[in-house]
Design a protein around this ligand. Structure first.
Ligand SMILES: Cc1ncc(COP(=O)(O)O)c(C=O)c1O
Length: 386
Protein backbone atom coordinates (compact mmCIF):
# COMPACT_ATOMS: atom_id res chain seq x y z
CA UNK A 1 0.00 0.00 0.00
CA UNK A 2 3.02 2.32 0.29
CA UNK A 3 4.12 3.82 -3.04
CA UNK A 4 6.81 6.22 -1.79
CA UNK A 5 9.96 6.00 -3.92
CA UNK A 6 12.14 8.60 -2.18
CA UNK A 7 12.22 12.09 -0.69
CA UNK A 8 13.61 15.05 -2.60
CA UNK A 9 15.12 18.38 -1.56
CA UNK A 10 12.73 21.10 -2.76
CA UNK A 11 15.64 23.36 -3.71
CA UNK A 12 18.42 21.12 -5.04
CA UNK A 13 16.47 18.01 -6.07
CA UNK A 14 18.84 15.74 -4.09
CA UNK A 15 17.27 12.37 -3.25
CA UNK A 16 16.89 10.90 0.26
CA UNK A 17 15.74 7.39 1.22
CA UNK A 18 12.11 6.69 2.10
CA UNK A 19 10.85 5.25 5.43
CA UNK A 20 13.50 6.99 7.54
CA UNK A 21 13.46 9.88 10.00
CA UNK A 22 14.12 13.16 8.17
CA UNK A 23 14.15 16.85 9.02
CA UNK A 24 15.25 19.47 6.50
CA UNK A 25 17.53 18.58 3.57
CA UNK A 26 21.29 19.17 3.75
CA UNK A 27 20.63 22.48 1.98
CA UNK A 28 18.35 23.46 4.90
CA UNK A 29 15.20 23.29 2.75
CA UNK A 30 11.96 21.27 2.97
CA UNK A 31 11.96 17.67 1.75
CA UNK A 32 9.16 16.54 -0.55
CA UNK A 33 7.83 12.97 -0.57
CA UNK A 34 7.82 11.41 -4.05
CA UNK A 35 5.61 8.50 -5.16
CA UNK A 36 5.49 6.03 -8.04
CA UNK A 37 2.50 7.78 -9.58
CA UNK A 38 2.32 5.50 -12.59
CA UNK A 39 1.97 2.47 -10.35
CA UNK A 40 -0.66 4.19 -8.19
CA UNK A 41 -2.68 5.09 -11.28
CA UNK A 42 -2.50 1.45 -12.45
CA UNK A 43 -3.41 -0.10 -9.10
CA UNK A 44 -5.93 2.33 -7.67
CA UNK A 45 -9.53 3.06 -8.43
CA UNK A 46 -9.92 6.68 -7.33
CA UNK A 47 -13.64 6.18 -6.79
CA UNK A 48 -12.99 3.36 -4.31
CA UNK A 49 -11.72 5.96 -1.81
CA UNK A 50 -15.31 7.02 -1.22
CA UNK A 51 -16.04 3.57 0.21
CA UNK A 52 -12.92 3.32 2.41
CA UNK A 53 -13.38 2.24 6.03
CA UNK A 54 -10.78 4.79 7.10
CA UNK A 55 -12.19 8.16 8.17
CA UNK A 56 -11.60 11.51 6.45
CA UNK A 57 -8.13 12.26 5.14
CA UNK A 58 -6.67 8.90 6.19
CA UNK A 59 -8.42 7.22 3.29
CA UNK A 60 -6.12 8.55 0.54
CA UNK A 61 -3.64 5.85 1.54
CA UNK A 62 -1.96 5.35 -1.83
CA UNK A 63 -0.89 9.00 -1.95
CA UNK A 64 0.27 9.06 1.68
CA UNK A 65 3.60 8.08 3.27
CA UNK A 66 2.12 5.86 6.05
CA UNK A 67 4.15 2.70 6.64
CA UNK A 68 1.13 0.85 7.94
CA UNK A 69 -2.51 1.77 8.41
CA UNK A 70 -3.52 -0.08 11.54
CA UNK A 71 -3.75 1.74 14.82
CA UNK A 72 -3.70 5.26 13.39
CA UNK A 73 -4.19 8.09 15.90
CA UNK A 74 -7.77 8.76 14.75
CA UNK A 75 -9.97 11.42 16.35
CA UNK A 76 -13.07 11.24 14.15
CA UNK A 77 -11.80 12.88 10.94
CA UNK A 78 -14.46 13.88 8.41
CA UNK A 79 -14.60 15.02 4.81
CA UNK A 80 -15.13 18.73 5.33
CA UNK A 81 -18.14 20.29 3.62
CA UNK A 82 -18.14 22.70 0.68
CA UNK A 83 -20.73 25.37 1.42
CA UNK A 84 -21.97 27.83 -1.17
CA UNK A 85 -22.26 31.56 -0.50
CA UNK A 86 -25.54 31.54 -2.33
CA UNK A 87 -27.27 34.53 -0.73
CA UNK A 88 -24.69 36.97 -2.01
CA UNK A 89 -22.73 35.20 -4.73
CA UNK A 90 -24.59 32.15 -6.03
CA UNK A 91 -23.48 28.56 -6.21
CA UNK A 92 -20.03 29.14 -7.71
CA UNK A 93 -18.39 30.61 -4.59
CA UNK A 94 -17.72 27.76 -2.17
CA UNK A 95 -16.23 27.70 1.29
CA UNK A 96 -14.36 24.60 2.35
CA UNK A 97 -15.09 24.52 6.04
CA UNK A 98 -12.12 22.97 7.76
CA UNK A 99 -13.46 23.92 11.20
CA UNK A 100 -15.28 20.56 11.23
CA UNK A 101 -12.10 18.59 11.73
CA UNK A 102 -10.83 17.29 15.11
CA UNK A 103 -9.39 20.17 17.18
CA UNK A 104 -11.61 22.40 15.01
CA UNK A 105 -8.97 23.33 12.46
CA UNK A 106 -7.19 22.06 9.35
CA UNK A 107 -4.06 21.60 11.44
CA UNK A 108 -5.52 18.16 12.22
CA UNK A 109 -4.54 17.01 8.72
CA UNK A 110 -0.85 17.87 8.94
CA UNK A 111 -0.30 17.06 12.58
CA UNK A 112 -2.33 13.84 12.41
CA UNK A 113 -0.02 12.66 9.62
CA UNK A 114 3.18 13.90 11.31
CA UNK A 115 2.23 12.19 14.58
CA UNK A 116 1.32 8.93 12.82
CA UNK A 117 4.62 8.93 10.94
CA UNK A 118 6.60 9.79 14.09
CA UNK A 119 4.92 6.90 15.88
CA UNK A 120 5.63 4.52 13.02
CA UNK A 121 9.27 5.63 12.82
CA UNK A 122 9.78 5.26 16.58
CA UNK A 123 10.00 8.96 17.58
CA UNK A 124 8.34 9.74 20.91
CA UNK A 125 9.03 13.42 21.74
CA UNK A 126 7.63 16.05 19.37
CA UNK A 127 8.08 19.81 19.64
CA UNK A 128 7.26 22.93 17.63
CA UNK A 129 6.40 26.63 17.80
CA UNK A 130 2.76 27.51 17.10
CA UNK A 131 0.37 30.45 16.70
CA UNK A 132 -2.28 28.28 18.37
CA UNK A 133 -4.17 25.82 16.18
CA UNK A 134 -1.16 23.73 15.19
CA UNK A 135 -0.06 23.33 18.81
CA UNK A 136 -3.56 22.21 19.77
CA UNK A 137 -3.59 19.60 17.00
CA UNK A 138 -0.12 18.36 17.90
CA UNK A 139 -1.16 17.98 21.54
CA UNK A 140 -4.39 16.12 20.73
CA UNK A 141 -2.91 13.72 18.16
CA UNK A 142 0.23 13.30 20.26
CA UNK A 143 -1.86 12.34 23.28
CA UNK A 144 -3.89 9.95 21.14
CA UNK A 145 -0.67 8.24 20.02
CA UNK A 146 0.89 8.28 23.50
CA UNK A 147 3.73 10.67 22.56
CA UNK A 148 5.17 13.60 24.52
CA UNK A 149 4.60 17.07 23.09
CA UNK A 150 6.13 20.50 23.70
CA UNK A 151 4.83 23.76 22.19
CA UNK A 152 6.21 27.33 22.32
CA UNK A 153 3.59 30.00 21.57
CA UNK A 154 3.71 33.80 21.30
CA UNK A 155 2.35 35.16 24.61
CA UNK A 156 -0.66 36.74 22.84
CA UNK A 157 -1.82 33.49 21.21
CA UNK A 158 -5.64 33.12 21.56
CA UNK A 159 -6.31 31.83 25.09
CA UNK A 160 -8.51 28.95 23.94
CA UNK A 161 -5.57 27.52 21.96
CA UNK A 162 -3.23 27.67 24.93
CA UNK A 163 -5.80 26.01 27.18
CA UNK A 164 -6.74 23.23 24.75
CA UNK A 165 -3.08 22.51 24.04
CA UNK A 166 -2.27 22.21 27.76
CA UNK A 167 -5.43 20.23 28.47
CA UNK A 168 -4.44 17.68 25.83
CA UNK A 169 -1.17 17.10 27.64
CA UNK A 170 1.42 19.30 25.91
CA UNK A 171 3.89 21.37 27.85
CA UNK A 172 3.29 24.95 26.67
CA UNK A 173 5.72 27.85 27.11
CA UNK A 174 4.59 31.41 26.32
CA UNK A 175 7.22 33.59 24.67
CA UNK A 176 7.36 37.34 24.31
CA UNK A 177 7.84 37.39 20.52
CA UNK A 178 6.56 36.01 17.20
CA UNK A 179 6.35 32.41 16.02
CA UNK A 180 9.83 32.52 14.47
CA UNK A 181 11.25 33.85 17.78
CA UNK A 182 9.54 30.88 19.48
CA UNK A 183 11.16 28.55 16.93
CA UNK A 184 14.64 29.96 17.60
CA UNK A 185 14.30 29.62 21.38
CA UNK A 186 12.84 26.17 21.12
CA UNK A 187 15.67 24.93 18.92
CA UNK A 188 18.20 25.07 21.75
CA UNK A 189 15.94 23.13 24.08
CA UNK A 190 15.14 20.54 21.40
CA UNK A 191 18.83 19.87 20.86
CA UNK A 192 19.59 19.65 24.59
CA UNK A 193 16.64 17.38 25.44
CA UNK A 194 16.25 15.29 22.26
CA UNK A 195 12.89 16.60 21.00
CA UNK A 196 12.05 16.01 17.34
CA UNK A 197 11.21 19.19 15.41
CA UNK A 198 7.77 19.11 13.74
CA UNK A 199 7.76 22.83 12.80
CA UNK A 200 6.03 23.77 9.55
CA UNK A 201 7.91 22.15 6.63
CA UNK A 202 10.90 21.18 8.81
CA UNK A 203 9.82 17.55 8.62
CA UNK A 204 8.28 16.12 5.43
CA UNK A 205 4.99 14.59 6.58
CA UNK A 206 2.83 17.51 7.75
CA UNK A 207 2.83 18.61 4.12
CA UNK A 208 1.50 15.21 3.03
CA UNK A 209 -1.35 15.57 5.53
CA UNK A 210 -2.16 19.07 4.33
CA UNK A 211 -2.01 17.84 0.74
CA UNK A 212 -5.20 15.91 1.40
CA UNK A 213 -7.13 19.20 1.21
CA UNK A 214 -6.37 19.20 -2.50
CA UNK A 215 -7.21 15.52 -3.06
CA UNK A 216 -10.43 15.87 -1.07
CA UNK A 217 -11.45 18.97 -2.99
CA UNK A 218 -10.87 17.23 -6.33
CA UNK A 219 -12.85 14.19 -5.18
CA UNK A 220 -15.74 16.33 -3.89
CA UNK A 221 -15.92 18.27 -7.16
CA UNK A 222 -15.87 15.11 -9.24
CA UNK A 223 -12.25 15.71 -10.35
CA UNK A 224 -13.05 19.11 -11.83
CA UNK A 225 -11.11 21.67 -9.81
CA UNK A 226 -12.27 25.27 -9.27
CA UNK A 227 -10.77 28.12 -11.29
CA UNK A 228 -9.42 29.98 -8.27
CA UNK A 229 -8.44 28.94 -4.72
CA UNK A 230 -8.02 31.50 -1.93
CA UNK A 231 -5.78 30.32 0.91
CA UNK A 232 -4.92 32.21 4.14
CA UNK A 233 -1.15 31.98 4.04
CA UNK A 234 1.17 31.86 7.03
CA UNK A 235 3.79 29.12 6.70
CA UNK A 236 1.97 28.11 3.50
CA UNK A 237 1.83 24.35 4.05
CA UNK A 238 -1.73 24.08 2.78
CA UNK A 239 -1.09 26.08 -0.37
CA UNK A 240 2.12 24.21 -1.16
CA UNK A 241 0.46 20.90 -0.26
CA UNK A 242 -2.56 21.46 -2.50
CA UNK A 243 -0.36 22.47 -5.40
CA UNK A 244 1.64 19.26 -4.88
CA UNK A 245 -1.59 17.23 -4.77
CA UNK A 246 -2.84 18.78 -8.01
CA UNK A 247 0.47 18.00 -9.74
CA UNK A 248 0.27 14.38 -8.56
CA UNK A 249 -3.38 13.94 -9.61
CA UNK A 250 -2.67 15.55 -12.98
CA UNK A 251 0.35 13.31 -13.57
CA UNK A 252 -1.88 10.29 -12.92
CA UNK A 253 -4.45 11.58 -15.42
CA UNK A 254 -7.14 11.82 -12.75
CA UNK A 255 -8.18 15.43 -13.27
CA UNK A 256 -10.54 16.76 -15.92
CA UNK A 257 -8.50 18.27 -18.73
CA UNK A 258 -8.48 21.95 -17.78
CA UNK A 259 -6.03 24.51 -16.36
CA UNK A 260 -5.14 23.96 -12.70
CA UNK A 261 -6.64 26.47 -10.23
CA UNK A 262 -5.05 29.89 -9.86
CA UNK A 263 -3.66 29.89 -6.30
CA UNK A 264 -4.21 33.10 -4.33
CA UNK A 265 -2.04 33.55 -1.23
CA UNK A 266 -3.98 35.77 1.17
CA UNK A 267 -2.10 37.61 3.92
CA UNK A 268 -2.91 40.39 6.38
CA UNK A 269 -1.56 43.83 5.55
CA UNK A 270 0.09 43.87 9.00
CA UNK A 271 2.14 40.79 8.06
CA UNK A 272 2.53 40.26 4.31
CA UNK A 273 6.04 38.99 3.50
CA UNK A 274 4.82 36.80 0.60
CA UNK A 275 2.81 39.61 -0.97
CA UNK A 276 5.83 41.93 -0.83
CA UNK A 277 8.11 39.28 -2.35
CA UNK A 278 5.53 38.46 -5.02
CA UNK A 279 5.15 42.10 -5.97
CA UNK A 280 8.93 42.64 -6.04
CA UNK A 281 9.42 39.57 -8.23
CA UNK A 282 11.67 37.96 -5.57
CA UNK A 283 12.27 34.21 -5.27
CA UNK A 284 12.60 34.33 -1.47
CA UNK A 285 10.84 36.58 1.06
CA UNK A 286 12.43 38.95 3.61
CA UNK A 287 11.28 38.72 7.24
CA UNK A 288 8.35 41.06 8.05
CA UNK A 289 9.08 43.32 11.03
CA UNK A 290 6.47 44.34 13.65
CA UNK A 291 3.88 41.85 12.44
CA UNK A 292 0.31 42.43 13.64
CA UNK A 293 -3.17 41.23 12.65
CA UNK A 294 -6.38 39.99 14.20
CA UNK A 295 -5.86 36.76 12.21
CA UNK A 296 -3.33 35.08 14.51
CA UNK A 297 -2.82 32.02 12.27
CA UNK A 298 -1.36 34.10 9.44
CA UNK A 299 0.90 36.22 11.63
CA UNK A 300 4.03 34.50 10.36
CA UNK A 301 6.89 36.96 9.69
CA UNK A 302 9.16 34.43 7.92
CA UNK A 303 8.46 31.04 6.32
CA UNK A 304 10.97 28.30 5.50
CA UNK A 305 8.85 27.38 2.46
CA UNK A 306 8.63 30.96 1.13
CA UNK A 307 10.03 30.06 -2.30
CA UNK A 308 7.57 27.15 -2.61
CA UNK A 309 4.60 29.41 -1.86
CA UNK A 310 5.82 31.97 -4.41
CA UNK A 311 6.52 29.25 -6.96
CA UNK A 312 2.98 27.81 -6.64
CA UNK A 313 1.40 31.25 -6.92
CA UNK A 314 3.43 32.10 -10.03
CA UNK A 315 3.17 28.69 -11.73
CA UNK A 316 -0.59 28.73 -11.28
CA UNK A 317 -0.94 32.26 -12.66
CA UNK A 318 -2.41 33.23 -9.29
CA UNK A 319 -1.58 36.19 -7.10
CA UNK A 320 -0.71 37.26 -3.56
CA UNK A 321 -2.87 39.85 -1.84
CA UNK A 322 -2.94 41.59 1.54
CA UNK A 323 -6.16 42.60 3.30
CA UNK A 324 -6.35 44.86 6.33
CA UNK A 325 -7.96 44.01 9.66
CA UNK A 326 -11.01 46.21 8.99
CA UNK A 327 -11.69 44.34 5.74
CA UNK A 328 -11.22 41.02 7.60
CA UNK A 329 -13.73 42.07 10.28
CA UNK A 330 -16.25 43.29 7.70
CA UNK A 331 -16.00 40.04 5.73
CA UNK A 332 -16.25 38.02 8.97
CA UNK A 333 -19.48 39.82 9.91
CA UNK A 334 -20.88 39.70 6.35
CA UNK A 335 -20.36 35.91 6.05
CA UNK A 336 -22.27 35.40 9.29
CA UNK A 337 -25.02 37.91 8.60
CA UNK A 338 -25.71 37.00 4.97
CA UNK A 339 -24.81 33.33 4.84
CA UNK A 340 -25.00 32.06 8.44
CA UNK A 341 -21.34 31.06 8.23
CA UNK A 342 -19.22 31.58 11.33
CA UNK A 343 -15.74 31.81 9.89
CA UNK A 344 -12.38 32.21 11.60
CA UNK A 345 -10.58 35.52 10.95
CA UNK A 346 -8.07 33.80 8.64
CA UNK A 347 -10.97 32.37 6.62
CA UNK A 348 -12.66 35.79 6.63
CA UNK A 349 -9.42 37.18 5.17
CA UNK A 350 -9.94 34.97 2.11
CA UNK A 351 -13.46 36.30 1.72
CA UNK A 352 -12.18 39.89 2.02
CA UNK A 353 -9.52 39.09 -0.61
CA UNK A 354 -12.15 37.62 -2.92
CA UNK A 355 -14.25 40.79 -2.67
CA UNK A 356 -11.17 42.93 -3.26
CA UNK A 357 -10.04 41.01 -6.36
CA UNK A 358 -13.61 41.05 -7.69
CA UNK A 359 -13.67 44.83 -7.35
CA UNK A 360 -10.29 45.12 -9.06
CA UNK A 361 -11.57 43.02 -11.97
CA UNK A 362 -8.89 40.34 -11.39
CA UNK A 363 -11.60 37.67 -11.54
CA UNK A 364 -15.15 37.61 -12.84
CA UNK A 365 -18.35 37.32 -10.82
CA UNK A 366 -19.08 33.89 -12.29
CA UNK A 367 -15.59 32.43 -11.67
CA UNK A 368 -15.73 29.09 -9.82
CA UNK A 369 -13.97 29.86 -6.56
CA UNK A 370 -13.10 28.03 -3.34
CA UNK A 371 -12.25 29.95 -0.16
CA UNK A 372 -10.58 28.10 2.70
CA UNK A 373 -12.04 28.59 6.15
CA UNK A 374 -9.32 26.82 8.09
CA UNK A 375 -10.76 26.80 11.60
CA UNK A 376 -14.03 27.11 13.46
CA UNK A 377 -15.11 30.66 14.30
CA UNK A 378 -15.95 29.35 17.76
CA UNK A 379 -12.25 29.28 18.65
CA UNK A 380 -11.96 33.09 18.50
CA UNK A 381 -13.38 36.12 20.30
CA UNK A 382 -16.10 37.03 17.78
CA UNK A 383 -16.57 40.50 16.26
CA UNK A 384 -19.64 42.58 17.18
CA UNK A 385 -22.47 42.57 14.67
CA UNK A 386 -22.87 45.80 12.69
C1 LIG B 1 -6.90 29.20 11.06
C2 LIG B 1 -5.60 29.26 10.32
N1 LIG B 1 -5.59 29.67 9.05
C3 LIG B 1 -4.43 29.71 8.33
C4 LIG B 1 -3.22 29.38 8.89
C5 LIG B 1 -1.98 29.40 8.04
O1 LIG B 1 -1.68 28.12 7.60
P1 LIG B 1 -0.35 27.75 6.79
O2 LIG B 1 0.73 27.61 7.79
O3 LIG B 1 -0.64 26.49 6.05
O4 LIG B 1 -0.10 28.88 5.85
C6 LIG B 1 -3.18 28.95 10.23
C7 LIG B 1 -1.91 28.58 10.85
O5 LIG B 1 -1.75 28.62 12.06
C8 LIG B 1 -4.40 28.89 10.96
O6 LIG B 1 -4.42 28.48 12.24
Amino acid sequence: MNFVTHLECSLTGKHYPAAQVHGLSEAGRPLLVRYDLEKIAQHTDRDAWRHSKLPGFWRYLELLPLLQHNDLPELGEVITPLLSMKQRHGAHVLIKDEGRLPTASFKARGLGMAVAMAQQLGIDKLAMPSNGNAGAALAAYGQRAGLQTLVYCPADTPEINIKETRLCGAEVALIDGFIDDCGRLLKTRMQEEGWFDVSTLKEPYRLEGKKTMGIELAEQLDWELPEVIFYPTGGGTGLIGMWKAFAELKAMGWLKDQPLPRMVAVQASGCAPMVRAYENGDEFAQRWEDAHTVAAGIRVPAAVGDFLILRAVRESNGTAIAVDDDAIRDAWVAAAQHEGLLMCPEGAATYAAYLQLLEQGWLSRDARVVLFNCASGHKYPLPESS
